[in-house]
Design a protein around this ligand. Structure first.
Ligand code: NDP
Length: 278
C-alpha cells in the first residue's frame, strides 16, 4: 500500500518552524502584518480567510481584515490596495479570490505591490519564478515541493506530468518541478491520450478541478501521486481530482484529500509572510 503523504503533519511542522522564526525576529524588533481583503460573503472564501487569519495568529503575525460588501466597485478595491501598498506597517496583502464578476481579477492582482504580493500571483513574481530569481511563489505549488521533499521523495531526474495549466497551480508547479530538475510535461484539456501520458509519470500532479477523474488507468505502478483538487462527492464528503481508493494500491506515495495539499497552501502563505520580515 502507498505511503500517505501527510500534509497535516508537514504543514504543522512548517508552522512550528515559522513560529520560532517569527519569535526570533520579534526579538530583533521585527514584526509582520498581513492585510486580508475579502469582497462579498462567499461561504467558502470566508472559511479560507478565517483559516488564514488563524494561521497568522498561531505563528505570531498580525492580520488585519478588510471585509468589503459584494457591491464594492473595482475603483474602491483598487483604492484600498493603493492605500495598503503605501502603508509601511503592512508587509503583505492578500486578496481572497474569486472576486465578484464585476471586478477584473487580473487588474487587482497587478495593482498589488510585488514586494507585498504574498500569494505570488503578480506578473513580476511569476516572471521571477520563470527565470529563477528570488520572489514570492504561488503557495499551492510551493507547498507541493515541500510535501515531496519532507516526505523524502527525490525529484531530480524523475519524469513528472502536471495535469492542469492554471496560472495559480499548473504552470507554476511545472516551473518549480523543472527548477528541481525533474523532466516535466504539462497536460491540459486538449491533451491527447491522457491516460497513456500520465502512465509515463514517476510523479503525477493533478490539478484539473474534476472530482475523482484520475483512476488506476492513469497510474504507472509505484508512481507518486499528488492530488490538488478539492470537491464534495455525492455523499457530501471531501474528495480530490484523483479516485484515491482506486489509485492508492498502485502508487508508492499519495496525498489524501483532505489532509494532503490543502493544509500546505496556508503553511506556504505563512512562509511568504515571514519572508516579508527579512
Ligand atoms: P482551473 O479550473 O483554473 O484549471 C484547471 C486546469 O485543468 C485547466 O488547465 C484545464 O485545461 C485542465 N483540465 C480540465 N479538464 C481537464 C481534462 N479533462 N483533462 C486534462 N486537463 C483538464 O483550476 P485550478 O488550477 O485553479 O484548480 C484545480 C483544482 O485544484 C480545483 O479542484 C481547485 O479547487 C483545487 N485547488 C486546490 C487548492 C488547495 O489548496 N488544495 C488550491 C488551488 C486549487 P485547459 O487549460 O485546457 O482548460
Amino acid at each position: 500500500m502507498a505511503q500517505t503523504i501527510d500534509g497535516k503533519r508537514i504543514s504543522q511542522e512548517m508552522k512550528d518552524e515559522l513560529k520560532a522564526r517569527v519569535a526570533a525576529l520579534a526579538e530583533e524588533g521585527k514584526e509582520a502584518t498581513l492585510a486580508v481583503i475579502q469582497v462579498g460573503d462567499d461561504a467558502a472564501s470566508a472559511v479560507y480567510v478565517n483559516n488564514k487569519k488563524k494561521a497568522c495568529a498561531y505563528i505570531g503575525i498580525k492580520s488585519v481584515s478588510h471585509e468589503l460588501p459584494e457591491e464594492t466597485t473595482e475603483e474602491e478595491l483598487l483604492a484600498l490596495i493603493d492605500h495598503l501598498n503605501r502603508d509601511d506597517a503592512v508587509n503583505g496583502i492578500l486578496v481572497q479570490l474569486p472576486l465578484p464578476a464585476h471586478i477584473d481579477e487580473d487588474k487587482v492582482i497587478r495593482a498589488i505591490d510585488p514586494a507585498k504580493d504574498v500569494d505570488g500571483f503578480h506578473p513580476e513574481n511569476v516572471g521571477k519564478l520563470v527565470i529563477g530569481e528570488p520572489g514570492f511563489v504561488s503557495c499551492t505549488p510551493a507547498g507541493i515541493i515541500q510535501l515531496l521533499k519532507r516526505s523524502g521523495i527525490a525529484i531530480a531526474g524523475k519524469r513528472c506530468v502536471v495535469v492542469g495549466r492554471s496560472n495559480i497551480v499548473g504552470k507554476p508547479m511545472a516551473i518549480l518541478m523543472l527548477r528541481e530538475n525533474a523532466t516535466v510535461t504539462v497536460a491540459h484539456s486538449k491533451t491527447k491520450d491522457l491516460p497513456d501520458l500520465c502512465r509515463e509519470a514517476d510523479i503525477l500532479i493533478v490539478a484539473i478541478g474534476k472530482p475523482q477523474f484520475i483512476t488506476a488507468d492513469y497510474i504507472k505502478e509505484g508512481a507518486v501521486v499528488i492530488d490538488v483538487g478539492i470537491h464534495r462527492d455525492e455523499k457530501n464528503r471531501l474528495c480530490g481530482d484523483v479516485d484515491y481508493e482506486a489509485v492508492a494500491p498502485h502508487a508508492s506515495a499519495i496525498t489524501p484529500v483532505p489532509g494532503g495539499v490543502g493544509p500546505m497552501t496556508i503553511a506556504m502563505l505563512m512562509y511568504n509572510c515571514v519572508e516579508t520580515m527579512l
